[in-house]
Design a protein around this ligand. Structure first.
Ligand SMILES: Nc1ncnc2c1ncn2[C@@H]1O[C@H](COP(=O)(O)OP(=O)(O)OP(=O)(O)O)[C@@H](O)[C@H]1O
Length: 244
């Protein structure tokens, strides 16, 4: 039961391909997706969520094609920018998201309250999303992605702009979600931020996979004399070629 990209090639209009003949299988648990600016992380997440289609190749979940309703129910994306919908409260916006994914209105409304509770936003359920702080809006975005009980959660830089307290709340939430059996792929620029918690790490460079495997295997790329607190960054520099 996993999300799989097989031999996918994708290019933006009149640009050379960002991903070429790209294959990837999302491992279980929490996978952190790393890579320099422009490496193709957002593109990979958008393809994996079937928001954009590859020019060639296939995207499937448990063998189900990306165009199907079953795929859309199983796979959820939180984009890099969560848009506050004018006039809607947090609960309404989250419920709307569930409805778009095929839930009944009633189900979506009920599950929206539960999803907001999971991200610690119950007290803001009735607040208009235009009034939420950046960190709160991101958590509402996670609730919107969770509302229809997705089996795969794709998060594009969810921790950007969060303060240390919000990050802690978010880590707990991720733990809860992965313990419930949801596979998570999360992109971040903050290399050391979640590396300790991650089960797997995937590193992209110029559209190619330079590493995908266990977190232990990722850390093993750091030079032996690296201080323990610097291992994630040192391993990443070696793999992504940012060590000069
Ligand atoms: N809408 C678009 N139109 C044209 N080119 C694009 C578009 N979106 C991204 N690109 C280009 O595709 C390449 C990969 O971009 P992508 O956003 O996937 O990388 P990323 O690893 O997520 O980068 P970042 O860390 O900066 O968000 C970059 O060269 C980028 O300029």
């Amino acid at each position: 039961m996993t999300l799989e990209l097989s031999a996918c090639t994708f290019a933006y209009r009149r640009q050379p391909p960002v991903l070429r003949d790209f294959s990837y299988q999302l491992p279980n648990g929490l996978t952190v997706l790393l890579g320099p600016n422009g490496a193709g992380k957002s593109t990979l997440l958008r393809l994996a969520a079937s928001v954009t289609r590859p020019r060639s190749g296939t995207v499937t979940y448990d063998g189900t094609p990306a165009a199907s309703q079953a795929f859309r129910r199983a796979v959820a994306l939180m984009p890099q920018t969560v848009t506050a919908m004018r006039g809607l409260t947090a609960r309404e916006q989250v419920a709307y998201s569930g409805w778009l994914k095929g839930m009944s209105r009633r189900d979506a409304w009920e599950q929206a309250a539960e999803a907001l509770d999971r991200v610690g936003l119950t007290e803001h359920a009735g607040t208009r999303t235009t009034k939420l702080s950046g960190g709160q809006l991101r958590r509402a975005g996670v609730a919107a992605a969770l509302v229809h009980r997705a089996e795969v959660l794709l998060l594009d830089e969810p921790t950007a702009g969060m303060d240390p307290h919000q990050r802690r709340v978010f880590r707990d939430l991720l733990q809860q979600v992965t313990e419930a059996g949801v596979r998570v792929l999360l992109s971040t620029h903050d290399v050391s931020d979640l590396a300790e918690e991650a089960d797997h790490v995937t590193v992209l460079r110029r559209g190619s996979l330079v590493y995908t495997g266990t977190t232990g295997g990722f850390f093993a790329h750091a030079p032996e004399d690296t201080a323990p607190g610097r291992r994630a960054e040192a391993a990443y520099s070696r793999l992504a070629g940012e060590d000069g």
